[in-house]
Every structure is written in structure tokens, then in C-alpha cells.
Design a protein around this ligand. Structure first.
Ligand code: NAG
Ligand code: NAG
Ligand code: NAG
Ligand code: NAG
Ligand code: NAG
Length: 269
């Protein structure tokens, strides 16, 4: 017999059996589209003790107002959310993936308060190279219409061949808006960090995760998980130098030269 939160006791005893006494950590991955969060979540879900329930707030109804947001969060963290990622009673970390443009910025006050009350830990996942993110955004929205892979839209792929087909499309970037767009992306990230500064959190960058396997160990530590090897079948779509991925490269190069974003031109990831 063990004593947990009173209101969860009965539910846990029915649902969690052998692991009923193991502590459960709640988390939320806060990220932006095309920043590697899909890949990151599949890595986490390859851990036997993790249930990350995906982009629950992509459904507009659930983020209509602050109360519908909090109700939805309750469903997840009271372990009532059933889908393919829900594993078994032995989940030691339970969470979801949440894009900044899915009600998070509008209702940040109520959400931060909720996170602090429920002891939800936050993982921020950002991309350092915002120009690469822009390429991925443009290519992804192009594919939504063009559907290059046998008529189906694929935002994530599982083979190098598929990745090659998708990356053949070279977007043109509006260089007159480029500096402002990059600045906006930066400001949003700074803002959300400020909003959730009092919440237990960890900041991750996609590029660091790709290059440094130790980062995933730190994530498991942060989530209080036994350390395991994590795997994903997802394949990176855009590889190689950006000069080969952008239609109007010279234009973009000229626009960013000598600005704080100049390093985005070079980095090869
Ligand atoms: C929030 O949205 C839900 C679902 O649409 C609705 O039933 C509820 O009345 C709304 N609550 C407030 C406070 O606006
Ligand atoms: C992880 O899952 C395994 C298998 O279901 C279970 O035996 C173990 O107790 C779980 N670990 C934690 C920390 O919950
Ligand atoms: C498209 O479909 C054909 C026939 O089913 C298959 O052979 C081919 O591999 C598919 N191509 C891609 C990129 O999925
Ligand atoms: C978060 O809070 C710490 C300590 O109060 C402060 O030093 C830091 O500048 C804050 N960061 C942001 C992004 O607001
Ligand atoms: C950008 O343009 C300059 C010339 O202005 C050129 O020297 C440099 O190689 C270009 N950078 C890239 C990454 O293509």
C-alpha cells in the first residue's frame, strides 16, 4: 500500500498495478513547427517508461479558451488520455508536445500557473538555425499542395529516398521580409522563455541533439528516467549546404551578410 494524491489513488490502483507506487513525472515539450519536435518525441516514446501523447492542441476546440486548455491538460496528466502512445501502467514520465502557435502564447498566464501547481516540467525545443527552419517550413507547406510522394503529404519521412524527393523542391525566400521574419522568430522564443521562467524547465536545441548524443542522456535525467538507448526511424529531409536548398541563394546571402544572422548561411546542419 502506498499513499499518493488522494484523488488519484483509486484510478492508479485500477490502472497501474505493479507500478502503482512509482512516481510519475509530468512534462510538456514546447516547440515550433519544423524544429525537430516530431523526431524528438518519437525518440522519447521509444523509452519504455515514457508516454508522450503528441500534439493534442492541434485540435482547435481544445484551445478555444483557457478553461478548455486546462481541462484538456487535466485529461492528460490524470492519465485518462488514451491513444497509441499511452503505454502501460509503468509510464514514469507522461506528457505532450505543444507548438507555440497552439494557444500557448495567448493563455500563457493560466498555463504557467497550472504547470507550477501540477509540477509539470517543460522542455523547450528550439532550432538555432532559423534560416534552415524557414526552408523546412516553406518546403513543407509546398508539399501540402504538391504531394510529391505518390500523392500523399508527408511532413516526416522514414527513408533517404523519400527525403531526397522532398528536398528536391527549392523554396524561394522573400528577402525583403527575411530579416523581420527571423527577428520575429527570435522574439517569440525569448518571450516564451520569459513566460515560463518560473517553471522547472530545460532548453534544448535541435542542432545540439543531432550532434551530441549526451544531450539525450541529460533529457532522461531531467525526466527522472532510467537511462536507455533511444531510437527513431525518422530521417532528416534537408541535408547539405543551404546554398543548394534555396532557389534565390545569392539574394539571401546578400541580405544576411554583415547581419547578426550571417552565421545561418554557413552552418551545415
Ligand atoms: C470555453 O470553451 C468551451 C468549449 O467551446 C465552452 O463550452 C465554454 O463555455 C468556454 N468557457 C469560457 C469561460 O468562455
Ligand atoms: C519502466 O517500465 C518497466 C517495464 O514496464 C517497469 O518494470 C519499471 O518499473 C518501469 N520503471 C519506472 C521508473 O517506472
Ligand atoms: C510510389 O508508388 C509506387 C507503386 O506503388 C512504388 O513503387 C513507389 O516506391 C512509390 N514511391 C514513393 C516515393 O513512395
Ligand atoms: C529567468 O529568471 C532568472 C532568475 O530570476 C533571470 O536571471 C533570467 O534572466 C530570467 N530569464 C528570462 C528569459 O526571463
Ligand atoms: C556569399 O556571398 C559572398 C560574396 O558576396 C561569397 O564570397 C560567399 O561565398 C557566399 N557565401 C555562401 C555560403 O555561398
Amino acid at each position: 500500500m502506498c499513499f499518493l494524491y488522494k484523488d488519484l489513488l483509486i484510478a492508479l490502483f485500477i490502472a497501474r498495478n505493479e507500478c502503482a507506487c512509482n512516481p510519475v513525472l509530468f512534462f510538456a515539450i514546447l516547440s515550433n513547427q519544423r524544429s525537430g519536435s516530431g523526431w524528438f518525441e518519437t525518440l522519447l516514446n521509444s523509452h519504455i517508461n515514457v508516454s508522450s501523447n503528441g500534439e493534442i492542441f492541434s485540435v482547435i476546440e481544445r484551445r478555444k479558451n483557457a478553461s478548455s486548455v486546462l481541462l484538456t491538460l487535466d485529461t492528460v496528466y490524470n492519465l485518462d488520455w488514451l491513444n497509441s502512445a499511452s503505454k502501460n501502467e509503468c509510464s514514469a514520465a507522461i506528457g505532450l508536445k505543444w507548438m507555440l502557435n497552439q494557444g500557448l502564447m495567448e493563455h500563457h498566464k493560466e498555463i504557467a500557473e497550472y504547470f507550477n501547481r501540477k509540477r509539470v516540467s517543460v522542455i523547450f525545443l528550439f532550432r538555432r538555425n532559423l534560416l534552415r527552419r524557414m526552408v523546412s517550413l516553406l518546403a513543407n507547406s509546398y508539399d501540402r499542395y504538391a504531394k510529391l510522394l505518390n500523392g500523399t503529404h508527408k511532413s516526416h519521412v522514414h527513408s533517404a529516398e523519400e527525403a531526397d524527393i522532398l528536398s528536391k523542391y527549392k523554396p524561394t525566400i522573400d528577402s525583403t521580409l527575411l530579416l523581420d521574419d527571423l527577428k520575429d522568430m527570435e522574439m517569440r522564443a525569448a518571450k516564451v522563455l520569459e513566460y515560463f521562467n518560473n517553471t522547472r524547465h530545460k532548453i534544448l536545441y535541435y542542432e545540439d541533439l543531432v550532434r551530441n548524443p549526451n544531450k539525450l542522456k541529460h533529457v532522461q535525467e531531467f525526466l527522472g528516467l532510467p537511462r536507455l538507448e533511444l531510437t527513431s526511424r525518422q530521417v532528416k529531409i534537408h541535408r547539405g549546404p543551404l546554398s543548394e536548398l534555396i532557389q534565390n541563394w545569392d539574394d539571401v546571402n546578400k541580405t544576411l551578410k554583415g547581419t547578426v544572422y550571417e552565421s545561418f548561411l554557413e552552418a551545415d546542419y
